[in-house]
Design a binder for this molecule. Sequence first.
Ligand SMILES: Cc1cc2nc3c(=O)[nH]c(=O)nc-3n(C[C@H](O)[C@H](O)[C@H](O)COP(=O)(O)O)c2cc1C
Length: 257
Amino acid sequence: MVGIYLSGTGNTKHCLTYLLEIVDPDAKAYPIEMDGVVEKIKESDVVFLAFPTQFSNVPYMVKDFIRKNSQIWQGKKVFCMTTMGAFSGDGAGCAARVLKKYGASILGGLHVKMPDAVCDSKMLKKPLSENQRIVKEADEKIEKIGREIKDGKYPKDGLGFVAHVAGLMGQRLWFYNKTTDYSSKLKISDACVGCGLCTRNCPMHNLKLENGKVLIHGQCAMCYRCISTCPQKAITLLGKEVFEQSRYEKYAVHTET
Ligand SMILES: Cc1cc2nc3c(=O)[nH]c(=O)nc-3n(C[C@H](O)[C@H](O)[C@H](O)COP(=O)(O)O)c2cc1C
C-alpha cells in the first residue's frame, strides 16, 4: 500500500498520513511532485490517492499526473480521498472516473472537511477556534473510517450518481474553465523581497528566482503553498490581499471542549 498526495497548505498531507497510520502503519505517503513517485506507485497494488478539492473538481495537476502516467493504473486498487473547505459533491468521484478509464478499480472514496486554503478571500476566512474544531472533527472522522477500512469496509463518498449531480450543479459547471489547465493568474506584489522561499516550495516549479526577482511561468497548480508561506504576504491568486495565511500546523493544536 502506498499513499500519494498533492497538498498546498498541509491539510491533505495530514489527512492521508493519519489515515495510513491507522490502516497500515508500514505504508508511506509521498508528495505527487517527488522524483520517483511513479516508481512507488508501480511497486504497490493498492494506492491511496489524496488531493484538495478545487472548484468541486480534482486539481488539474493531479488529473495531468494521472493522464501522463496512464499506463501505471492498470490493475491497481485505488482509494480516492479529497479534503475540502466546505463542499465537494463528487470530488473523489472526479478522480475515480479518470482512474477507471485507465484500468484501475476503485476501492472507495472519502471527503474530509478541513480549513479553507484560500487565504486571499475574506469571505472564506474562519476564526482560529473554528478551524481548530474543524481539524479535530476531521481527525475523529479519519479515526472512525480508518478502523472501518481495516475491517475491509470502504466509504463511498463522492462516488454515486447523486454526488455526481451535486458536484456538477454545486460548482463545477460554473467554474469548469478554472480547472481545465494550470492557472496563469498568480500575482506577486512589490512587497516581495526575493527571498526565494516560494521558488523552492512550488510543486510545479512554476516560480524561478532570477537576479533577486521572482518570475512566474504561468503553470500554477493553485495549491496556495506559496501564498500561505510567503513571509511578505506578497503573493495572491483568487483575491487581491492575503488576510490570514492558512497552514494545517496552525490549526492542529486542539482546544479542549
Ligand atoms: C483554488 C482552490 C479552490 C478550492 N475549491 C474548493 C471547493 O470547490 N470546495 C471546497 O469545499 N473547498 C475548496 N477549496 C478548499 C480546499 O479544498 C481545502 O482547503 C483543502 O483542504 C486544502 O488542502 P491542502 O492544504 O492539502 O492543499 C479550494 C481551495 C483552493 C486553493
